[in-house]
Design a protein around this ligand. Structure first.
Ligand code: HAM
Length: 426
């Protein structure tokens, strides 16, 4: 008799498409390329941790710990949890292997599966994959700006310039506590207008009521006291400096006073990268400052900041781009006169050094026949330089797969190509 089939676990997916797998690999490679030069070392922590790491770390009244954690008793009756997130484990490892040897600073990059017993829907899984980064050591606002700018850089290099960066400050822990009380009082006054979930949040976790997506709750809380009214001078100054730091690096953002995040360890800066293309589960990445967590988990007082992105959500919004094929991009350099040829020639070597496959069309045939050759050669990109472009100090960059072209400043050809078509493939 045929046996019953055993299905995969709900909310946990197989990655079986080779093209998808290459995208994952490419994103991981790009994350290493962005974070390694900034001093991050890779760390891999186990999937199982003691359950109370997250209860103490993420917070007992958070939804993640209260409702979503996969916990189990091992054969020795030890209560373990499958990690719902990566920050608390990295903090635990930092305390265990670094602060115990008097190391007070560190930068870590990690990647791996996380587990939350959520209601599965598009973009929301029970096993999902995060790439995260944490900086331990100082409470300086420019570190916040650096952390956020690095994540922004990663998204730009992946071709995702349309993500919206939402930024907020939760103030100091005292500010946050004062705000929590004031908000709870306000919510209690309008209790009848809130959904059941938010009614429960009044006592447990009132800040999360600001995160509720239900229109009635959004409307009901629109007159809630604003967190900014509760900032101490130091927290306000910190927040201003973070914003200045972001502007200085050309990272666009929007201050969203309702952004509170779902984990308890945050103070001061919090942020999320949202995608307009994702529907309800639109948060691609999130993070913030957590100055008290190292101490809370038994280490010395060392401030920290970090972020994590969700791989499945990120892959879902990647622009169609041949780079994900895992093949190096093919770039065809094309000059229409001898002077342009001379000017473009050095780019041949420079671009090849990035790992791209680059060919230059020498000689005096017509533009049309050069373009035909580029097409036959199966170019992904063609860079075209002629007399007219030289005068304007630009070069035409044609995307042969997307059939679009634009002019970029001549001295930026290299940077623009790399940004659009990241090279050095896995
Ligand atoms: P988080 O906002 O809970 O933060 O998760 C970060 C990202 O993981 C989200 O923006 C989302 O892309 C993805 N994610 C979360 N839950 C799911 C799910 N059920 N299905 C699919 N994707 C999901 C943290 O985890 C913090 N540890 C981030 C951090 C690092 N803060 C400081 N350092």
């Amino acid at each position: 008799m045929a046996k019953n089939k055993i299905a995969g676990v709900k909310g946990m997916e197989d990655l079986i498409d080779a093209g998808e797998a290459k995208k994952w690999l490419w994103i991981e490679t790009m994350a290493r390329r962005v974070f390694a030069p900034a001093g991050f070392r890779e760390i891999r922590t186990p999937i199982l941790e003691e359950a109370n790491l997250f209860e103490r770390g993420v917070g007992e009244t958070t939804e993640i710990v209260e409702k979503e954690m996969y916990t189990l008793l091992d054969r020795n009756e030890k209560r373990l949890a499958m990690r719902p997130e990566g920050t608390a484990p990295v903090v635990r490892a930092f305390i265990e292997h670094f602060t115990s040897h008097n190391v007070q600073e560190g930068r870590f990059l990690y990647m791996g599966p996380m587990f939350r017993y959520e209601r599965p829907q598009k973009g929301r899984l029970r096993q999902f994959y995060q790439i995260g980064a944490e900086i331990f050591g100082a409470d300086h606002p420019l570190l916040d700006a650096e952390m956020i700018a690095l994540s922004h850089q990663l998204f730009s290099e992946l071709g995702l310039s349309g993500l919206q960066l939402n930024l907020n400050s939760l103030g100091s822990p005292e500010d946050r506590e004062n705000y929590r009380k004031a908000l709870a009082k306000f919510l209690d006054g309008i209790k009848a207008t809130l959904c059941e979930e938010c009614q429960r949040r009044i006592v447990r976790n009132p800040l999360r009521a600001l995160d509720c997506k239900k229109p009635d709750c959004i409307e009901a809380t629109s007159k809630a006291p604003a967190i900014a009214e509760f900032y101490s001078a130091e927290a306000a100054e910190h927040f201003t400096a973070v914003q200045q730091g972001l502007r200085a690096q050309g990272v666009p953002f929007r201050v969203n006073p309702r952004l509170v995040r779902g984990l308890d360890y945050y103070e001061k800066t919090v942020f999320e990268f949202l995608s307009p293309d994702l529907g309800a589960q639109n948060s691609v990445a999130g993070g913030g400052r957590y100055n008290g967590l190292v101490e809370e988990l038994g280490g010395p007082k060392i401030p920290a900041i970090g972020f994590a992105l969700g791989m499945e959500r990120l892959v879902a919004i990647l622009p169609p781009n041949a780079a994900f094929s895992g093949e190096p991009p093919r770039i065809y350099l094309l000059a229409t006169d001898p002077e342009s040829e001379q000017l473009l020639f050095p780019s041949l070597k420079a671009l090849r050094e990035t790992g791209a496959v680059v060919e230059m069309d020498f000689g005096g045939s017509s533009l049309k026949s050069k373009m035909r050759r580029a097409d036959r050669w199966n170019a992904d990109w063609v860079a075209i330089l002629g007399e007219e472009e030289r005068k304007k100090e630009v070069i035409i960059l044609r995307d042969m797969k997307g059939q679009a072209q634009d002019e970029v400043p001549l001295d930026e050809l290299f940077l623009r190509l790399i940004a659009r078509f990241p090279t050095k493939h896995p």
